[in-house]
Design a protein around this ligand. Structure first.
Ligand code: ADP
Ligand code: MG
Length: 687
């Protein structure tokens, strides 16, 4: 039943006239659930039906739009069973062409001799005999315009989407005039109204109108994103934070088995300064792989705990959560800190016990996966939330865990170096401390790219180091996504082959994503104790795993990995005193892959690698929500729109400075847009 209330941006799509349950479900697959989402479903390209080409000038093989009169009614030719052609001639006075439609009785029936049509598509044939095969055809009247092309999905053609968008714009009516951007702001930045922008982004009256529409939508998108991030940062600036008066860093250093690097000292001091401040901390620790972020987290947690608060550390994988729980417990237990672990795979009994200890305050530091976000997790006095490898978490998840305390302090740790220009937006909501120093004695990981014909030599190299007491990782070939079970089979098979052949007699372990968590944990623990010499693994070891005695990493099919991923994988070695080596095996010829491997061989610097990555992949891809847990940008392109980004950011800062909660009447619609954008992230992030 359609509601009687007028259509708004939030009206579910199935209530839009002409969109039934089935269509609505199809749109859902495109991530479009409301009327608002539909009108913001931006065309990926346009067909220019407004620029007409005289037939005689039509370039062969290139799509163009021709206005011509049908010289006859289509004639039907049955060529064989299941294949019927409809043919007719059409001319525009400059030339005549033959039009052929395949099995399209419906389109053919609409053609009347003597009527004028627009034909869109490539012209084929030659100068004496022009033809168009299956062109798009529209009546000439009213057809001369720029038409949108949408990303399609099964059952939803771009034309169907176009029709629905047109209906949505019409149904919205005066609701389109509710503009989230105040008129004064639009004027200052030369931006058109929302109505003009939405109408013209779908149905531009010309290329200039399209550019104007696009600019406005890009600005709005970036402004809303920036506002959301700034509000996270400034969250409850007025409310009191978990109060922490004392600095226990010196006591913490006496527990550490090593002396902290200067960068670690500075980062801990930054954080403790924040903890002792009046408003909650929102800080990012950015440090390349192996720079010692865990010790920083431990130090900050120690001070929070000694001030009487609980701390939570969220890690993206169970392997990592367990590793952290193990090492933090070993480190902090002598300091009288009780560390707990919560993961999705614990038994109901175990979980209950953990949750009880947490709720009554016996546990000081809880380490866990996103299981920490679940409903039943309650803290006695949560004062500090830490997320490790934050690029794996959504902004929404960060906020979700924070909501379990009353404005707790927030610390996020990331090993993903971000080119400086992008850091501006991506971490717009955080203060940043950089760990720009590796622990002493670290040597760069020597890296070689070799062909598969050298595989034997690579194995021999592995054996030589195992014989000296060291350990190795072998990352087995990636299987194409979607092959499901074969992934597991191939990892197991590969390990089997090694065990029976080149690495016979050595103790091998196997680790892959489909193993039961308990099994994974057992294997990792055995590897950490050096009971396993070679860990054959899929990319599950990509983040955070820390076994300093492992000094060799062999990566099969290295060309299949992106630069950031290779850097993370390689970061598993070179974590101790011993010289480490990474061998990238690849027979790839393609230029981009070769360049990626070369970058890995010449530098260990995460920032440099990130810059190269950005050059190779382009910022759009880099910025996707999977990388950084931010809402994906739908319109803005960070290559071309950087100036607008800076403009939007300045504006966002000014807005928040004048109205921190966006509660003035003219800012309410903007606040609403921010809520919409970040709700969507929370939903995506939690799946
Ligand atoms: P990441 O920044 O990649 O998370 P980790 O915190 O796992 O790095 O630390 C990497 C390794 O370096 C660990 O084995 C850790 O014990 C060790 N480490 C950290 N800080 C120091 C230090 N100041 N001196 C010596 N070793 C350190
Ligand atoms: Mg780490």
């Amino acid at each position: 039943m359609a509601p009687l209330s007028p259509v708004t941006m939030d009206t579910p799509l199935r209530y839009l006239k002409g969109v039934g349950e089935r269509r609505a479900a199809q749109f859902e697959r495109l991530g479009v659930g409301t009327v608002g989402a539909l009108v913001r479903h931006i065309p990926r390209a346009y067909e220019d039906w407004s620029r007409l080409t005289p037939l005689v000038n039509a370039p062969f093989g290139e799509a163009c739009c021709v206005k011509a009169t049908a010289l006859e009614a289509p004639a039907e030719h049955r060529v064989r069973k299941g294949m019927t052609l409809y043919r007719f001639r059409a001319g525009d006075g400059s030339a005549v062409m033959q039009v052929t439609l395949f099995n399209n009785k419906y389109a053919a029936a609409r053609i009347r001799a003597g009527e004028e049509y627009l034909f869109f598509g490539p012209v084929g044939g030659n100068f004496t005999r022009r033809e168009m095969a299956s062109p798009l055809i529209e009546p000439a009247e009213g057809g001369e315009r720029i038409r949108p092309i949408y990303r399609q999905t099964e059952g939803l053609s771009t034309r169907v989407i176009e029709g629905c968008v047109a209906r949505a714009l019409e149904a919205l009516g005066t609701a389109l005039d509710d503009d989230p951007l105040p008129a004064e702001l639009r004027l200052r930045h030369s931006l058109c109204t929302r109505r003009f922008a939405l109408e013209n982004i779908h149905f531009p009256t010309g290329s200039e109108a399209l550019a104007v529409a696009r600019k406005r939508l890009v600005f709005e998108e970036l402004l809303v994103l920036q506002l959301g991030l700034l509000r996270l940062k400034g969250r409850a600036r007025s409310a009191s934070a978990a109060v922490m008066a004392h600095d226990y860093t010196a006591e913490f250093y006496s527990l550490l088995p090593f002396s902290p690097t200067g960068a670690q000292r500075r980062a801990i001091a930054d954080c403790v300064g924040d903890l002792r401040g009046a408003s909650p901390m929102s800080r990012l620790i950015q440090g390349d792989v192996g720079s010692g972020k865990t010790a920083v987290a431990a130090g900050v947690a120690f001070t929070a705990i000694k001030n009487g608060w609980q701390a939570a550390l969220m890690a993206p994988t169970e392997i990592l959560a367990e590793q952290h729980a193990r090492s933090l417990s070993a480190l902090l237990a002598p300091g009288d800190v009780h560390v707990g672990l919560l993961t999705g795979s614990q038994s109901a009994g175990e979980k209950r016990e953990v949750l009880e200890r947490l709720a009554d305050g016996r546990t000081d530091l809880i380490v866990g996966t996103h299981a920490l976000l679940s409903e039943g997790v309650r803290f006695a006095r949560l004062g500090l939330v830490i997320t490790d490898e934050q690029h794996r978490f959504g902004v929404g998840q960060r906020a979700g865990l924070a909501a379990k305390g009353i404005n707790p302090h927030l610390l996020v740790m990331s090993a993903t170096p971000i080119p400086r220009t992008l850091a501006l937006i991506i971490y717009g909501d955080l203060d940043v401390s950089v760990l720009d120093e590796l622990p002493p004695g670290r040597q760069p990981v020597e890296t070689y790219a070799v062909r598969s014909s050298k595989r034997e030599r690579a194995y021999n190299y592995v054996k030589k180091h195992i014989d000296e007491g060291r350990q190795a990782y072998i990352v087995c070939p990636l299987v194409e996504e979607g092959e499901g079970e074969t992934d597991l089979a191939s990892a197991a098979e590969y390990a089997q082959k090694l065990a029976g052949g080149p690495l016979k007699g050595y103790s091998l372990g196997l680790l892959h994503g489909r193993m039961k968590p308990a099994e994974k944990e057992r294997t990792m623990a055995a590897f950490a104790r050096n009971e396993i010499s070679v860990l054959v693994s899929t990319t599950v070891i990509e983040v955070g795993v820390d076994v300093p005695n492992a000094v060799i990493m062999v990566i099969e099919n290295a060309e299949r990995f992106g630069l950031a991923q290779l850097h993370q994988l390689r970061g598993r070695v070179g974590r101790g005193q011993h010289k480490s080596t990474c061998i990238l095996i690849s027979d790839a010829q393609n230029e981009e892959a070769v360049r990626r491997l070369r970058v890995m061989c010449v530098t260990n610097d995460g920032f440099q690698i990130a810059d190269e990555d950005l050059k190779l992949r382009g910022p759009g891809d880099f910025f996707g929500s999977r990388q950084h847990g931010l809402p994906a940008l739908k319109i803005a392109d960070l290559n071309g729109d950087m100036p607008l980004l800076l403009e939007a950011q300045t504006e966002a800062r000014a807005l928040i400075a004048s109205d921190p909660e966006l509660e003035q009447a003219e800012h309410l619609p903007l606040a609403e847009e921010v809520r919409r954008l970040f709700d969507q992230v929370t939903e995506q992030g939690l799946n």
